[in-house]
Design a protein around this ligand. Structure first.
Ligand code: HEM
Length: 501
């Protein structure tokens, strides 16, 4: 692009573009680069939050992108509206990986997405959850047992641990067994370290997010794809193949066990390639491989982030931690009584988790979508076709215009009393804007399983340990960690003392 055409491009973006009337920082509206640089710095979520605080619920954050922090945008972007075309996922972020079959996440056509969703949903029905609970209970009991072992050998019956690691050990061990039918697939709790496969996955989060931004510049993408060292591609392929082999191994196991595969095998179309000759909902083996891979990542990192964030805020808010601990210890006579079913009924535990999801969502930014052909409205604002749009979670959840004492951890805001009592400072909180599992066609398929895991792990921790911040140890300020679509968690220490009595 010559200097002259670059300048006219900026002038057009600022003054003649159909979005030029929308509020937002002029530099960001001029060209895409400030947005890309902010993401590369891991600051995009925080920068957009600042723009929303300054400009309001609708902000133009790039020449062709509009960010919303309005609860109504969930409905308009994510849900089917009679008489409207669906907003598809933005291929910049959700593109297919070349050479792999489609996964539920990459499937952008609704027909394919719906088929894969129907197939995978068998893993997440109420009945499926009941059958999977013993497996999950076993791993959570192991988490507690390993931590207790460490506390028991010290004179003061306590131990200091990086709790983020321990939560992630647990969520990966759980998902490893659910996806691959192998209780020791990752064996992180046993070895007290991450499995090398998991470490590789962590490294791809950042690279994947950075790489996606290249798609804003198709020419650069083409060149870069050519220059990319074969070694880097091979490493990713090896990582993927490892998961495929684990799936194949599980398929050949001759034992009856209740995991995801026991629900997915009946959906498997064994005909060659990706053609489907049996049920219209069937999955090919290649699709099973990729979807198992996606489930492994989607079902572990997310839970680990919310557990870590919630624990961080509980430790900083001793009254909330005391209230939670009391509720759990009063409700049960023994740890075995804590089940998926019994924990649903605890109001404070659920309020704590809702508040944890508000302040530490696994995806802080937008779940990017594209306005369909012909253009459409979001929150009453007309947007031309192909405009990139999304609900910015961090800005919606932390908005001082939507929540009383928005940046503070206040589980009370989720209690029934606060919703009904006109004199409660939280009465007018816009709770419906908090949708950390998303809503509509692409909403999280693992929500119930995820919530059950969060409840069980937090409850078992509060039941077994008195938790506190150690005098000396690693701390974190949750809202200053870098985010590359997902939160790059730096870790923090917790003192776990065996409970008295
Ligand atoms: C705290 C826990 C979790 C949170 C906050 C969470 C959040 C999310 C979010 C925000 C999305 C994107 C939705 C969209 O694009 O509109 C998503 C999608 C998804 N999640 Fe979760 N998730 C959690 C746990 C899980 C678990 C435990 C599993 C499975 C084991 C899972 C599997 C998936 C899958 C397969 C999708 C893609 C759904 C689709 O495209 O139709 N998630 N999740």
């Amino acid at each position: 692009m010559t200097r002259q055409s670059f300048v006219s491009h900026i002038v057009w973006n600022l003054y003649f573009h159909p979005l030029s009337g929308l509020p937002g920082p002029k530099l960001w509206a001029s060209f895409r680069l400030p947005y890309v640089i902010s993401l590369w710095r891991g600051r995009l979520v925080y920068d957009i939050f600042e723009w929303h605080e300054r400009y309001g619920d609708v902000v133009r954050v790039a020449p062709n992108e509009v960010s919303f922090s309005d609860a109504g945008a969930w409905r308009d972007i994510h849900c089917r509206r009679p008489g409207h075309k669906p907003f598809k996922k933005n291929p910049v972020w959700w593109g297919e990986v070349p050479g792999r079959a489609e996964s539920i996440v990459s499937a952008s056509t609704s027909a394919n997405h719906e088929r894969l969703k129907r197939a995978l949903e068998h893993c997440f029905t109420d009945r499926a959850l009941v059958s999977e609970e013993p497996l999950i209970q076993r791993h959570v009991a192991k988490l507690v047992a390993r931590l207790k072992e460490q506390a028991e050998v010290s004179l003061d019956c306590s131990t200091v641990v990086n709790i983020v690691d321990w939560y992630m050990f647990t969520t990966f061990d759980i998902i490893g067994e659910l996806c691959f039918g192998d209780p020791r697939a990752f064996d992180c709790l046993e070895n007290k370290v991450f499995h090398p496969w998991v470490l590789e996955i962590f490294s791809y989060f950042r690279i994947g997010a950075l790489f996606s931004t290249i798609r804003f510049y198709p020419l650069v993408e083409k060149v870069l794809m050519r220059l990319l060292p074969a070694k880097a591609m091979e490493a990713q392929e090896r990582n993927y193949r490892w998961a495929c082999n684990k799936v194949n191994h599980r398929l050949n196991l001759d034992v009856a066990q209740e995991d995801f595969m026991s629900k997915l095998v009946p959906q498997l179309d064994t005909s060659v390639g990706q053609s489907r000759t049996t049920s219209p909902d069937a999955m090919s083996l290649a699709e099973l491989h990729n979807n198992a891979y996606v489930l492994t990542v989607a079902g572990s990192e997310t839970c680990g982030t919310v557990l870590s964030g919630t624990t961080h805020y509980l430790l900083e808010n001793r009254d909330a931690l005391r209230e939670l601990t009391k509720e759990i210890r009063d409700a049960f006579g023994s740890a075995n009584e804590m089940t998926f079913g019994s924990l649903v009924a605890l109001p404070y535990l659920n309020a704590v988790i809702n508040e944890g999801l508000r302040l530490s969502p696994p995806v802080g930014g937008s779940l990017a979508h594209v306005v369909p052909e012909g253009g459409d409205t979001v929150c009453g604002i007309y947007l031309p076709a192909d405009t990139h749009v999304g609900v910015h979670q961090w800005s919606t959840y932390r908005s001082s215009r939507k929540f009383h004492d928005a940046s503070s951890f206040r589980p009370e805001r989720w209690l029934e009393l606060s919703k009904k009592d006109l004199s409660s400072p939280y009465y007018e909180d816009q709770r419906t804007g908090v949708q950390a599992f998303s809503v509509g066609s692409w909403a999280c398929i693992g929500k119930n399983l995820g919530m059950a895991e969060l409840r069980l792990i937090l409850a078992r921790m509060a039941w077994s340990f008195d938790m506190s911040l150690p005098r000396v140890g690693k701390r974190v300020e949750w809202g200053s960690q870098k985010q590359y679509v997902l939160v790059e968690k730096t870790g923090f220490d917790v003192q776990l003392s065996l409970r008295h009595g």
